[in-house]
Design a protein around this ligand. Structure first.
Ligand SMILES: *Cc1c(COP(=O)(O)O)cnc(C)c1O
Length: 243
């Protein structure tokens, strides 16, 4: 159950973020229809996801399998029970660091995985997709400062990883993803990501997604040509530990 207050808060925040995106697109003359908002619901309950769905959200992001598997199952069951049809679809984007031993399970419920940064994880995800009889969208996560401890591949590995995703018939190479490193200028980081994305697109024209931009830096991401924004805090509030 979601209280009327929580619903109002989510509705208000969502409107404010959509307005920010529209203004950011306006400022650089990009088409708002080309910029997709993924609402990052990690740390927040299934009830919030269902409220967001009622408010028109169709793309959510999750970063931990342990939390996401059950939550996504619960949300999809509720959606099936209360409604039906294509209009009710929910696309789940997995955006967190992924271990190859978790990739099989993630392949069962995620529709897109933005955090592919190692051959082993890509191969495990493809095997999982095969067993689940699904086809998943995949993005190469790039570490823009070369510090791979928080996920992401070094830039010199990106093209090989992209080829590897594209070679699996259960995976569809969609593009690249990055998080701006702490303390770095997001405008420069996202311009850099844009160059990397252009390089990948030269050999994989279908890989047009650029997943970049979070609550604090969605404007520079839009300016650099991001196609997918991943916004949590600005919509759901700050992430207090789950009770
Ligand atoms: C949590 C998270 C986000 C959302 O960040 P906010 O600052 O809450 O908008 C985006 N991308 C990734 C990879 C995340 O883990």
């Amino acid at each position: 159950m979601t209280s009327a207050t929580r619903r109002d808060e989510l509705a208000r925040n969502l409107t404010a973020v959509r307005e920010r995106v529209a203004r950011a697109c306006d400022a650089v003359g990009s088409d708002p229809g080309e910029v997709h908002l993924i609402v990052v619901t990690k740390h927040f309950p299934a009830s919030d996801v269902l409220t967001l769905h009622e408010l028109g959200v169709r793309d959510i992001g999750e970063n931990r399998d342990q939390e996401a598997a059950g939550k996504v199952g619960e949300v999809r069951a509720a959606l099936r029970e209360h409604s039906s049809g294509v209009a009710d679809a929910l696309t789940v984007h997995f955006i967190g660091q992924l271990q190859s031993n978790k990739a099989g399970r993630v392949a069962g419920y995620a529709d897109a995985v933005h955090s592919l940064d190692r051959a082993k994880v890509i191969d495990a995800l493809a095997r999982g997709a095969e067993s689940a009889d699904r086809v998943l969208d995949g993005l190469v996560q790039v570490s823009l400062d070369g510090d791979t401890s928080r996920g992401g591949a070094r830039r010199e590995e990106v093209s090989e990883l992209a080829d590897r995703i594209a070679a699996h018939h259960r995976l569809r190479l969609r593009g690249v993803m990055a998080v701006a490193p702490v303390g770095a200028d997001p405008a420069l980081c996202f311009a850099d990501l844009r160059d990397i994305a252009d390089g990948i697109r030269a050999s994989h024209p279908e890989a047009g997604w650029i997943s970049a931009g979070m609550s604090a830096d969605l404007e520079p991401a839009v300016a650099a040509g991001a196609t997918h924004l991943r916004v949590g805090t600005a919509i759901l509030g700050s992430r207090a530990p789950l009770l």
